[in-house]
Design a protein around this ligand. Structure first.
Ligand SMILES: Nc1ncnc2c1ncn2[C@@H]1O[C@H](COP(=O)(O)OP(=O)(O)OP(=O)(O)O)[C@@H](O)[C@H]1O
Length: 348
């Protein structure tokens, strides 16, 4: 069963098309992340699903029920969709428990065990139940917002960049709490974000949104390893797109040959090599070498990304190295390629 099915959804504001034929499904019990640059239409898509606006074309179904399209428009209150916005979602004059039960039918609002159950689900101590929102940290507030959205057991939960206002440490902790809560509740959810790390680490599936369309929807590892095109490759991590000549199943690049993941006819191509596939080896002068100059080292603690220039061609490449040892700036090193590359038609 699918929790959400979107087909051919278009939406323009004046003569500015924002969504241009969006197709997307969310499977039952799965978390799908829509990843796209700021302004690409992610919030607009969520608003259409929630029923806060209507598409110009296309259909949206929740479970088996078409909620918009084919002459139907189901009002937001009747869609059984939960919404967790960026921040400031809680009612400031209500305490935590009152916020959580807000969306429940009046007869269920007195059910204290449901509040305790939801607090536990989102990893909050039940002693916070009588606190006001301003007495909670940003991460705790977002967990309460999630508990409130889950309370009526929605068919689908919509999460609109819910961690963007949190600092780095709190963001990681809150993401983990949200993923566990969604799993424990077997909830189906759609998260929109422009943060590739967030999408990769949290989601069962990632849908890449660009130019008003979903260009690829796949498991995070598939989007990272086999992106549909070079732009998608760049949207989910550092990417080297190298010019190559394809011959006998190998791509011959300025750093040497590398096997291709999907074979194409011989000739010019652009290939994708991730920085962790570019190996830096000492330039010892004993074998065939690809000499490169170390231009910059971006230190991330657990690893570093090294920016290099291939001396023979001036091509710029990135290499990822683990641990604390970094090559010296300006040093000449030798490069090798490991694994397999994706290849694309040469862009004009
Ligand atoms: N009600 C509206 N009227 C006119 N233009 C709008 C309206 N809502 C959104 N837009 C425009 O549609 C485009 C997409 O906006 P949207 O908020 O959906 O993008 P987004 O991907 O969610 O961006 P962000 O990540 O910055 O929140 C933007 O150019 C925006 O200015």
């Amino acid at each position: 069963m699918t929790a959400l099915t979107i087909k051919g959804v278009c939406k323009s504001f004046g003569d500015h098309p924002v969504l241009d034929g969006v197709d997307l499904t969310v499977a039952d019990g799965e978390l799908t992340a829509v990843l796209g640059a700021s302004g690409c239409g992610k919030t607009t898509l969520l608003r259409l699903i929630a029923g806060f606006a209507a598409p110009d074309e296309g259909t949206i179904a929740l479970g088996d029920d078409v909620v918009v399209g084919d002459g139907t428009f189901v009002s937001p209150q009747r869609r059984r969709v939960g919404y967790v916005p960026q921040e400031g979602a809680l009612f400031p004059h209500l305490d935590v428990a009152e916020n959580i039960v807000f969306g429940l039918p009046r007869s269920e609002r007195k059910a204290h065990h449901r509040v305790d159950e939801l607090l536990e689900l989102v990893g909050l101590d039940r002693r916070v139940r009588h606190r006001a929102p301003h007495q909670l940290s940003g991460g705790q507030q977002q967990r309460v917002a999630l508990a409130r959205a889950l309370a009526p057991r929605p068919t689908l939960l919509l999460l609109d960049e819910p961690f963007s206002s949190l600092d780095a440490a709190l963001r990681t902790e809150t993401r983990e709490a949200v993923v566990s809560a969604l799993r424990a509740a077997s909830a189906s959810a759609l998260l929109v974000t422009h943060d590739q790390g967030e999408a990769m680490s949290m989601a069962d599936r990632i849908a890449i949104m660009r130019d008003g369309r979903i260009v690829q929807a796949d498991a995070p590892a598939a989007v990272y390893g086999q992106p549909a095109d070079a732009a998608t490759a760049r949207s989910v991590g550092h990417a080297n797109v190298l010019e190559a000549q394809v011959r006998d199943g190998l791509a011959h690049t300025s750093i040497g040959p590398i096997p291709l993941r999907r074979l194409r006819r011989d000739g010019p191509a652009q290939i994708l090599v991730r920085p962790e596939q570019v190996l830096i080896v000492p330039a010892d002068g004993t074998s065939i070498q690809t000499l490169a100059r170390v231009d910059r080292v971006h230190f991330y603690g657990h690893d570093s990304v090294v920016a290099l220039t291939v001396l023979a061609t001036d091509e710029r490449v990135l290499a990822r190295i683990s641990g604390g040892t970094s090559p010296v700036l300006g040093a000449t090193v030798d490069l090798e390629l490991a694994g397999e590359a994706m290849n694309y038609a040469t862009e004009p």
